[in-house]
Design a protein around this ligand. Sequence first.
Ligand code: ADP
Ligand code: ADP
Length: 226
Amino acid sequence: MASVSLRHINKVYPNGFEAVKDFNLEIEEKEFIVFVGPSGCGKSTTLRMIAGLEDISSGELRIGGKVVNDTEPKDRDIAMIFQNYALYQRMTVYENMAFGLKLRKTPRDEIDRMVREAAKILELEALLDRRPKALSDGQKLRVAMGRAIVCGPKVFLIGEPPSNLDAKLRRQMRFELFRLHQRLGMTVIYVTNDPVEAMMLGTRVVVMNGGVLQQADTPQMLCDYP
Ligand code: ADP
Ligand code: ADP
C-alpha cells in the first residue's frame, strides 16, 4: 500500500489558472521524495494539497490508503515543516513542541512523555525552557522538526526554504533532515528549486514543469543519459 497516492490530481485556482495538471504519483512508505522544478511550476501547490492547505479541484488523494480529499489537515497523518520555522515566540521550546498534542487533547502525562522523547531524538533536552529568541537558527530548526515529529506522523511535508535562508542554514537543514530520515524512516516530501539539493537528498526525484509531472526517478536514473 502506497503511503501517499496522487491520482489524476488537478488544481485550478479561482482565477482560472491551472497550476497542476493530471498529476499521478505513488509514494511508498519511507521514501524521501523531492519535488524539483523552476519557480511557479506547481511544486508548492501540490505540497499544499497533500497537506490539506489547498483544495483539490479534481482527482483522488490517499494518505496511508485512506482518501483524504476532504479531511482536515490535523486529521491527516502528516506533519508540515515550514522552513521559516513559524515557532510561537511567547512559548518555550517545550510548549512549542506540546502545542499540537494539546490541540488533539492528549493527556498531560502522555504529552510529557512524547515531548521528552522527541527532545531526546533532536538533542533539545537542555533547551526545553528557552524561548525561540534565545535559540540559534540551527536550534530553531530542530525545534520546528521536534514539533513535527512529536505527534508521530508517518508523512513529513517540507516546504521550500525562504530565498533569504543562508547557505549554512540550508546545509544544516539538509543534514538534520537526512539524519532524521535515517533514524525514524518516515516518508518525506521535500520541495526545492535546487536540482543539486534534489539529487543529494532524494531517494526519488520528481521533476515538474508548467504544472506537469515530467519525470519521477532515482537520482541515478535521472543522471544516466543514454
Ligand atoms: P512553485 O512552488 O513551483 O514555485 P506554486 O505551486 O507556488 O509554484 O505556483 C504554481 C503557479 O500557480 C504559479 O504560476 C503561481 O503564480 C500560481 N498560483 C499560486 N497561487 C495562486 C493563487 N492563489 N491564485 C492563482 N494562481 C496562483
Ligand atoms: P509577538 O510577536 O507579539 O510576541 P507572538 O509571536 O507571541 O506575538 O504571537 C501571539 C500569539 O499568536 C501567540 O499566543 C501564538 O499562539 C500565536 N502564534 C504565534 N506564532 C504563530 C504561528 N506561526 N502560527 C499560528 N499562531 C501563532
